[in-house]
Design a binder for this molecule. Sequence first.
Ligand code: ATP
Length: 298
Amino acid sequence: MGKAVVAVVGSAMIDLTAYAKNLPVAGQTVEGELFTTGFGGKGANQAVIAAHCGAEVHFIGKLGRDLFGQSIAENFNKLGINSDFVDRSDTPNGVAHIWVDGNGENRIIIIPGANYEIEKERAIQGINSIKDLSIVIGQCEIKQEITLAAFTAAKARGCTTILNPAPYQQLSQELLAVTDWIIPNETEFKELHGQLPTNDEILENFRNGKNSIVTLGSEGAVLISADGTITRTPAPKVQALDTTGAGDAFVGTFAYGLACNKTATDAMSLGVRVASLTVTRKGAQSSYPTQAEIATLS
Ligand code: ATP
């Protein structure tokens, strides 16, 4: 089997999470139970799981020249993620400030910071320089014009592009034109299509000349091929503890599967199994299975 080479053009953040039974209202101070820091950002999450799967992963992005940026750079290095096109900025690294209440409900403020400073030319240069590149993944936590530039370069050299439209924002026609796979969750599907993906008819009507997968949480995922064929993969029944980063685990694993020349259905099925395992553990990247664990799911 040839190398599975994947590039991620996207965000890298530090998640700062405070857990408190009751969250404060304006002007109030409350005492919380726990504070954690963790590696996050949709781009980095997807890169990390693809690396755990065994792909050769290249990250194209921008970190702060601060302690957060430094620790993300070290983490990429430790995981063998190529960082030739991970630049640094004087703008602080991106962070996600997360408050989780006693019911597990969260409120999140994302501050993109350095993630919004990725340069178009660097993204294009990165895509053009990666040997044997087959898959390029993007999300919506960086500027859309950067994803567009990277995908355009990727298509020009014959790569397959995967767009995870999260967090949802309106997508330009230009970006959709250079996207091969679009992978929304149920909420993003509703934003894109106007209806929740509750039945096959709604899913069939979503087809738009490209392949799509909708992730359905505890229901697994459904593939809508360009010709409207629907294929479902149910999720294994698990005790869900924390779903943070589950969607990213799916996308990164699916990309790895395609890069290994698995069929799309097999890649989706592996994605579901890996993502469902991550919801049984806390955190985003901290919940991701190791390569040895993933091998037992393949
Ligand atoms: P998040 O925003 O929490 O990272 P998401 O909304 O992007 O997730 P989901 O569709 O909720 O993505 O889940 C992605 C995948 O994770 C699913 O396809 C499934 O494999 C797995 N998953 C999520 N929730 C559950 C659950 N309760 N039980 C089993 N598997 C789950």
